[in-house]
Design a binder for this molecule. Structure first.
Ligand code: CMC
Length: 385
C-alpha cells in the first residue's frame, strides 16, 4: 500500500476554481476579475471594486450610483446591533465585537426578502445581504473604537463616499483628501485574495448550505489569527517594541535568536514579494509626508532592509498597512476590523460563487491514533481523582 501524501496546511493544493481573483506568485500579480489590483487602487473608489467583485464587471455610472444609494441607506448603526455591542466588556477584542455584531445582523436580516428565518441563499438574497453587511460594517468598526475611547457615536453623513464617511464616523471630523485616498487604497488592496484561510472558511461553511452571515462570522474567526489578518495589528506591536530605526538591529538579532516570527513578513503563496505592498507602501509614504512623520518611514525601511537581507523573506500587505492605519489615527486593535470591512466584499463574492456551483467540502484524513482495541480491555485508573 502506498503511503498517503499529506499536504500539511493544504499547501500547494488546488481545491476548486474561482473567477473572483487570480494570484500569480511567478509574476507577482493579483487580479480582481481580471483587473490588476494596483490599477484598481489607483483609479477606483472602493464602492466600484465591491461592485466588481460581486458582479464580475466594473459598474456603469448609474450602477455605481445605485450601489452608493443602497450603501448610504444602510450606513447607520442599528439599535439592536449597538445594544449588543454595549453588552460587551470594553476590554473585549474588537474582532470579537465585530463578529458579535455581524451575528446580530444575521439573526435579524431580511435584506433581499424573506423572513428572519429565511436564509435561502437565493442570488437576490445573498447579494442584498452582502451589500447590507458591507454598508453596516464601517459604523460597527467606528463605534467600537469610539466606545473604547469613551467617545459618543458619530452618525453617518449622506454626502460623503464610503471611505470619507468611514473616517468621519470614526474620528468625527472630515479627513483630508490625501488621507481618504490612502484609506480607500487600503480598502481595495485588502478586499480579495483567492483561497486564503478566511475565504476558504467561508466557502466551507457555505458548502453545507448554511447561510451567508454564518459564513462571514466563521471567516471573521479565521481572520482574527496573527498568521492571517491579525498580522497588521501585530506589526504595530513590533513597531512599538522597536521604538526607532536605530534599535532595529539589536531588536532583530534578539527576535531571531528567540525564533520569533516577524509579523508582516512572509506569505504562503508569494515567495518573492507581495504584489500589494508597493501600492500600500506608496500610500504610507503619502501619509508620512502628510503627517510629517519621517521617523515612521525610517523604522519601516530599516526593519525591511535588515530582515530581507538576513532571511530573504519579503513584507506582505500587513507591513505597510499597520503603520498607515496608525498614522491615520486608528487604534492598533482596530486594524484587523478594518480588514473585515474590506474583505467582506471578497468573502461574499466567494460565498455567492460557492452557492452557484456547490459541492460539500469534506476532505479526508489519515488516521494515526491507536490501533483498533476493545472496551473489554479497559481498566479504569483507580488512582485517578
Ligand atoms: N518571520 C520569521 N521567519 C519566518 C517568517 C517570518 N515572518 N515567515 C516565514 N518564516 C520562516 C519560518 O520560520 C520557516 O523557517 P524554517 O523553514 O527555518 O522553519 C520558513 O520561513 C517557512 O515558513 P512557514 O511559516 O512554514 O511558511 P508558511 O508558508 O506557512 O508561512 C506565513 C506563511 C504567513 C504563515 C508566515 O510567513 C508567517 O507566519 N508570517 C508572519 C505573519 C504574517 O505576517 N501573516 C500575514 C500573512 S499575509 C496577509 C494575510 O493573508 O492575512
Amino acid at each position: 500500500m502506498t503511503e498517503t501524501e499529506i499536504k500539511k496546511g493544504l499547501a500547494g493544493v488546488v481545491v476548486d476554481t474561482t473567477a473572483v481573483s487570480k494570484v500569480n506568485p511567478e509574476t507577482n500579480s493579483l487580479l480582481y476579475r481580471g483587473y490588476p489590483v494596483q490599477e484598481l487602487a489607483a483609479t477606483q473608489p472602493f464602492e466600484a471594486v465591491a461592485y466588481l467583485l460581486w458582479h464580475g464587471e466594473l459598474p456603469t455610472d448609474s450602477q455605481l450610483a445605485a450601489l452608493r444609494a443602497e450603501e448610504r441607506a444602510q450606513r447607520a448603526l442599528a439599535d439592536n446591533v449597538r445594544a449588543a455591542i454595549d453588552l460587551l466588556p470594553l476590554e473585549a477584542h474588537p474582532m470579537d465585537e465585530v463578529r458579535t455584531a455581524v451575528s446580530v445582523i444575521g439573526a435579524s436580516d431580511t435584506a433581499g426578502g424573506g423572513s428572519v428565518l429565511d436564509a435561502s441563499g437565493s442570488p437576490e438574497q445573498n447579494l442584498a445581504r452582502s451589500v447590507h453587511l458591507y454598508a453596516a460594517l464601517p459604523a460597527i468598526v467606528a463605534y467600537g473604537q469610539r466606545r473604547r475611547r469613551g467617545q459618543e457615536l458619530v452618525p453617518p453623513r449622506d454626502d460623503l463616499d464610503y471611505a470619507a464617511n468611514f473616517l468621519w464616523m470614526t474620528f468625527g471630523e472630515e479627513a483630508d483628501p490625501v488621507v481618504v485616498d490612502a484609506f480607500n487604497r487600503s480598502m481595495i488592496l485588502y478586499a480579495e485574495h483567492s483561497f486564503n484561510a478566511s475565504t476558504f472558511t467561508a466557502r466551507v461553511i457555505t458548502s453545507t448550505l448554511s447561510d451567508l452571515t454564518s459564513a462571514v462570522v466563521g471567516a471573521i474567526g479565521a481572520l482574527k489569527g496573527p498568521l492571517h489578518g491579525g498580522a497588521n495589528e501585530a506589526v504595530m506591536h513590533i513597531f512599538d517594541e522597536i521604538g526607532s530605526a536605530e534599535n532595529v538591529v539589536p531588536w532583530l538579532e534578539t527576535a531571531l535568536a528567540e525564533k520569533r516570527k516577524i509579523m508582516g513578513f512572509g506569505h504562503r503563496v508569494y515567495k518573492h514579494g507581495d504584489s500589494r505592498v508597493p501600492t500600500m507602501k506608496a500610500a504610507l509614504d503619502t501619509l508620512v509626508a502628510h503627517y510629517d512623520r519621517p521617523e515612521v518611514a525610517a523604522l519601516y525601511d530599516a526593519l525591511e532592509h535588515e530582515f530581507v537581507s538576513r532571511k530573504g523573506i519579503y513584507p506582505n500587505l500587513d507591513y505597510p498597512s499597520g503603520p498607515a492605519y496608525n498614522l491615520i489615527g486608528f487604534d492598533t486593535l482596530t486594524f484587523t476590523p478594518l480588514f473585515i470591512a474590506s474583505r467582506v466584499t471578497g468573502w461574499t463574492a466567494h460565498i455567492m460563487e460557492q452557492t452557484a456551483s456547490n459541492a460539500l467540502i469534506r476532505p479526508l484524513s489519515a488516521y494515526n491514533g491507536p490501533d483498533e482495541r476493545h472496551i473489554d480491555g479497559y481498566v479504569p485508573d483507580a488512582t485517578a481523582q
